[in-house]
Ligand binder design. Structure first.
Ligand code: DGT
Length: 218
C-alpha cells in the first residue's frame, strides 16, 4: 500500500460555541467509512474528578492556563489518533484553541502575557515538529445573538455566566482566522456554511458539504 494514500482526508469542523458542530458531525454518522471525533468536552469536565471547564469559567484568571494546557493535549491526541477509515471528521482543532480561545483570553487579560508566551511556544513547537494534518475546514458561520440564545437554551451549567460580548468577540476571532485570514497559517481550504438556520432547515445546508467530504470516502 502506498503510504501517501494511507492518511485520512481530514476535515476540521469549526464555529462559535453553540454553532452546531456536534449536530454537523452527527449528520455524517449515516455514512460508512468516516471516523467522527467529537470534542473531548467530557474529559475537560472530569479529569480525575476535576471539572476544568467549570474551574476555567468560575475563576478564569486562576484556571485559564491549566484549562488551555489540557485542551491542547486532548486536541493533539485527537489530531494524532490513528484511523482506519479514509475520512476523518474532527470537532475543532488545536488551531481554534490557539487563534480563537487563547487569543481571546490574552485580550481579556485572563492569561498573563507570560502564560500566553508559554502556550505560544508550545503551539509553535507542535506546529513545526508534530504533523497535524487538515485537508478541509468546514466553518459553521453564525450570528452571535443566535448562538447566544442557543447556549442559554441548552443550559450547560458551566456556560451560564458567558455574556453575549464574549460570544461576539469569539465570533470576530473566528472570522479573522477563517475569512479575513489575519494569521499566516490557515491549515486548509475553508468551506463556509450558514449555521444560523434552525434544525428543520439545517440538513439541506449540511448537504452542501457532502460532495467534498464523501467523495474522499469511496
Ligand atoms: P456545538 O456543537 O457547536 O454547540 O459545540 P459546543 O458549543 O459544544 O463546543 P465548543 O467547542 O464551541 O465549546 C465547548 C465549551 O468549551 C465552550 O464552553 C467553550 C469551551 N471551549 C472549547 N474550546 C476551548 C478552548 O480552546 N478554550 C476555551 N477557553 N474554551 C474552550
Amino acid at each position: 500500500m502506498n503510504c501517501a494514500n494511507s492518511r485520512p482526508f481530514t476535515v476540521l469542523v469549526e464555529g462559535n460555541i453553540g454553532s452546531g458542530k456536534t449536530t454537523f458531525l452527527e449528520h455524517f454518522r449515516q455514512f460508512e467509512d468516516i471516523t467522527l471525533l467529537t470534542e473531548p468536552v467530557e474529559e475537560w469536565r472530569n479529569l480525575k474528578g476535576w471539572n476544568l471547564l467549570d474551574l476555567m469559567y468560575s475563576d478564569p484568571a486562576k484556571w485559564a492556563m491549566t484549562f488551555q494546557a489540557y485542551v491542547s493535549l486532548t486536541m493533539l491526541e485527537m489530531h494524532r489518533r490513528p484511523t482506519s477509515t479514509p475520512v476523518k471528521l474532527m470537532e475543532r482543532s488545536i488551531f481554534s484553541a490557539k487563534y480563537c480561545f487563547v487569543e481571546q483570553m490574552k485580550r481579556l487579560g485572563t492569561l498573563h502575557p507570560a502564560q500566553f508566551a508559554v502556550l505560544d511556544e508550545w503551539f509553535k513547537f507542535i506546529n513545526t515538529e508534530i504533523p497535524v494534518e487538515a485537508d478541509l475546514i468546514v466553518y459553521l458561520k453564525t450570528t452571535p445573538s443566535i448562538v447566544y440564545d442557543r447556549i442559554k437554551k441548552r443550559a450547560r451549567s458551566e456556560e451560564q455566566c458567558v455574556p453575549l460580548s464574549y460570544i461576539e468577540e469569539l465570533h470576530k476571532l473566528h472570522e479573522d482566522w477563517l475569512i479575513n485570514r489575519t494569521h499566516a497559517d490557515c491549515p486548509a481550504p475553508v468551506l463556509v456554511l450558514d449555521a444560523d438556520l434552525d434544525l428543520s432547515q439545517i440538513t439541506e445546508e449540511y448537504k452542501k458539504s457532502e460532495h467534498q467530504i464523501l467523495r474522499k470516502a469511496v
